[in-house]
Ligand binder design. Structure first.
Ligand code: ACO
Length: 365
């Protein structure tokens, strides 16, 4: 049986998340993501995803202190990040920084300990390379701030507002895990060869970089900038459809109704103070684009995916566009790690078949 892009093929059984495409639901470890977003912190969800159970107070403190301790990058990783030219993209810097976690001390740790160390390190790598690129002084981590607030602090050197921390944390919590998406699959394939967690996360970051996966929210900003005002929605979209272009922030392999993450992020954006003309345009454009997609692609059930309102959230917290996909990765590394560990626990190497459809040549040697 051949399915291009492995569409609808079940490649793993997982206990980590359930993406229920037809109903537009997402559950982490059996709990609706909407409930987790309002009742749990990033650190609590991290524990839940990695361990399959909600942390008690002691377990939560352990995970918080492990994250704190690992905010300082090993010397050699700092040196590697600092040696990168500024034109190296943040995604490439993340991949390079993570792939350097392979010294003797690190490889002796359990996969769970390695996971926490890499999860703690990733935002620090992003902030370090970003500030190096901008020619700005590096900011030391602040032990009084949680994972999300410390990320904003290390990026900007300014104490983040509660509103900004809450908006970003909502986004991070919603994007920590999402079943067998392309980057998670890449990570599982890598670790299925009995390679290690560092290699799995490195593969996942490389896969996340592409515009059809993690690169979409920056495309949404470009799209809405191009549209500019409501009367341009129709002509801009019609022209893109005529050219066969994809509309960024719309469509999903699994959701054939509204993406639940998009719904939560839209509500969050609308409830935030400082609502502006750009957000009004985004909400108006959403309805009109869905209508136009239905006209041009009837029956394909194309709605906004998480990236559409992710762009709005990022914009509302003044996150520069080049940090969108890296920030997505700062959240998704938790799902990558949980899947890599699950794969290790019951492993069979991934090795699908291919069918040769090329020419036959008698001259071949
Ligand atoms: N704009 C226009 N047409 C679209 C879009 C879109 N955004 N998405 C799907 N379609 C059309 C396709 O052209 C195709 O039409 P056809 O049947 O005439 O060939 C049909 O809908 C089905 O599309 P597929 O590519 O088969 O759907 P698939 O499930 O493989 O793609 C994907 C999912 C890659 C997300 C796609 O919808 C897309 O490219 N979207 C835009 C990029 C984007 O927003 N990516 C972020 C996804 S969320 C995430 O990764 C976190």
């Amino acid at each position: 049986m051949f399915q291009k892009g492995l569409k609808d093929v079940v490649a793993v059984h997982t206990k980590i998340a359930d993406v229920i495409g037809e109903k537009g639901e997402l559950q982490y470890r059996g709990v609706q993501v909407g409930q987790l977003v309002t009742q749990y912190s990033f650190e609590q969800i991290l524990y839940l995803l990695l361990n399959g159970q909600r942390p008690n107070q002691e377990q939560l403190q352990e995970v918080q202190s492990a994250l704190l301790q690992n905010r300082t990058l090993p010397q050699h990783v700092q040196a590697i990040i600092d040696a990168l030219p500024s034109e190296v993209s943040l995604m490439d810097a993340m991949r390079t920084g993570i792939s350097a976690f392979c010294d003797r001390d690190f490889v002796r740790k359990t996969s769970n300990e390695q996971a926490i160390q890499l999860i703690a390190a990733l935002p620090v790598i992003v902030a370090r390379h970003y500030r190096n690129q901008q020619g700005l002084e590096l900011i030391e981590p602040d032990a009084n701030l949680n994972h999300t607030a410390n990320y904003l602090w290390m990026l900007t050197g300014v104490s983040p507002t509660e509103v900004h921390v809450e908006a970003l944390e909502t986004y991070l919590k919603l994007t920590m895990e999402h079943g067998l998406n392309a980057s998670t699959f890449a990570g599982r394939v890598t670790i299925s060869t009995e390679s290690d967690l560092t290699a799995a996360i490195t593969s996942a970051i490389g896969t996340m970089k592409g515009p059809l996966h993690g690169g979409a929210p920056a495309g949404v900003i470009d799209l809405l900038n191009e549209i500019g005002s409501p009367e341009n929605i129709q002509p801009v979209i019609e022209e893109k459809m005529r050219r066969g272009e994809r509309i960024m922030g719309f469509g999903h392999r699994v959701y054939k109704t509204e993406d639940p993450r998009s719904v939560i992020l839209r509500d969050k954006c609308l409830s935030m103070s400082g609502r502006d003309a750009w957000l009004d345009l985004a909400t108006t454009a959403e309805k009109e684009i869905i209508r136009l997609l239905d006209k041009h692609k009837p029956g394909r059930k194309l709605y906004t995916n998480v990236e559409y309102y992710a762009a709005a959230i990022m914009r509302s917290i003044d996150m520069p566009t080049e940090l969108f996909t890296p920030t997505f990765s700062v959240a998704r590394i938790v799902g990558w790690a949980a899947h890599a560990i699950e794969q290790q626990q019951d492993n069979t190497i991934f090795r699908p078949q291919s069918v040769y459809v090329g020419a036959f040549s008698e001259k071949s040697c």
